[in-house]
Write a protein that binds this ligand. Structure first.
Ligand code: C5P
Length: 316
């Protein structure tokens, strides 16, 4: 086998709470992450040389060593130098469908696909938890992208606790082509505004994660109560991203007015999503948003909740 194609799904945040500061400079988070079927396609080809190459037609995706997918391949080459010497490096081709810098983990899911793919191509036999431990070294969302589905994520976002899958729900995703948000910038702005209110005691911060299973949205997910889930969506980062991006705040209002069960910004934004019970409802909501917001920069997708993380589509 020297060629693999992988499907790398996006994620949305049904819940994102910033608990406080961590000694490593990150934030302690409590999140509920959900895969959706909007996905990139990653082709990996063993190239028989000691190089890693990256190719992506999307103008905003860097085709160099700053790309998370490249970092994932380099990490594997460093961790498994014998396999790298035996099989050679990889040519990575990214067919980008997930919008960039959008709060949908587009870069993270591409990196997750590279880790899963190289594990296959180099016959490493790593388990999913082993791959997720490696993934956490290069990004907080990458471990989730590997396994996908519906999960509670705590710590930096890398500690996962899968919960009941929320199949059969739909999301309308809305994003302006010309608005991008830096994740690091959003967390920095949050710390500047709310840092003085963070709990100082590390025990209090860590104990928050232990209570997550009694969160109302977690029991709504367990009951598969879609209406309650829609009402309980939450994202602390909205408090800093929406006031800075008035168009996105307006987009959220318009999405809310268009129907569905509930609307929220995903991750650090600027993508806004509305959850719906059926595909027909999602298509209706999408049309209403389009009718009510005449802006050629607005992109809309209808996407189904997915129980899958990285999937191997073709191997040759
Ligand atoms: O881990 P990742 O590289 O995806 O995170 C991007 C940035 O978001 C980090 O550099 C950090 O500034 C911020 N972040 C944070 N706390 C987290 C996750 C991310 O402050 N738990």
């Amino acid at each position: 086998m020297n060629l693999l194609s992988l499907i790398a799904p996006a994620k949305i945040n049904l819940y994102l709470e910033i608990v406080g500061d961590r000694p490593d400079g990150y934030h302690e988070l409590v999140m509920i992450l959900q895969s959706v079927d909007l996905a990139d396609r990653i082709d990996l080809k063993i190239n028989g040389s000691y190089s890693i190459t990256i190719d992506c037609s999307h103008p905003e995706v860097p085709a160099d060593e700053t790309n998370l997918a490249y970092k994932a391949a380099r990490l594997m080459s460093e961790e498994f130098s014998e396999a790298f010497a035996k099989y050679g490096g990889v040519d990575i081709t990214i067919d980008k469908k997930i919008p960039v810098a959008a709060g949908l983990a587009g870069g993270s899911t591409d990196a997750a696909a590279v880790l899963v793919g190289i594990n296959q191509l180099w016959a490493l036999g790593l388990t999913q938890p082993e791959l997720q431990t490696l993934a956490a070294k290069i990004g907080s969302d990458i471990p989730f992208c590997i396994s996908g589905g519906t999960a509670i994520a705590t710590g930096r976002g890398e500690q996962l606790d899968p919960i009941q899958d929320l199949g059969n729900l739909w999301a309308v995703l809305a994003k302006y082509k010309d608005v991008a948000v830096s994740t690091a910038g959003a967390y920095r702005a949050y710390r500047e505004q709310f840092g003085s209110q963070y709990p100082k005691d590390p025990e209090t911060i860590r104990a928050r994660a232990a209570r997550v299973r009694s969160e109302p949205i977690v029991s709504a997910i367990a009951r598969e109560d879609a209406a309650a889930i829609g009402q309980l969506l939450h994202n602390d980062l909205e408090k800093v991203v929406l006031p800075e991006n008035k168009r996105v705040a307006r987009l959220k209002d318009i999405c809310q007015q268009a129907g569905g069960l509930g609307t929220m910004m995903s991750g650090s934004g600027p993508t806004v999503f509305t959850i719906c019970e059926t595909e027909a409802e999602a298509r209706e909501v999408k049309q209403k948003i389009r009718n009510n917001l005449d802006d050629s920069a607005l992109e809309l997708w209808v996407s189904e909740f997915s129980s899958a993380g990285i999937q191997i589509a073709v191997c040759k």
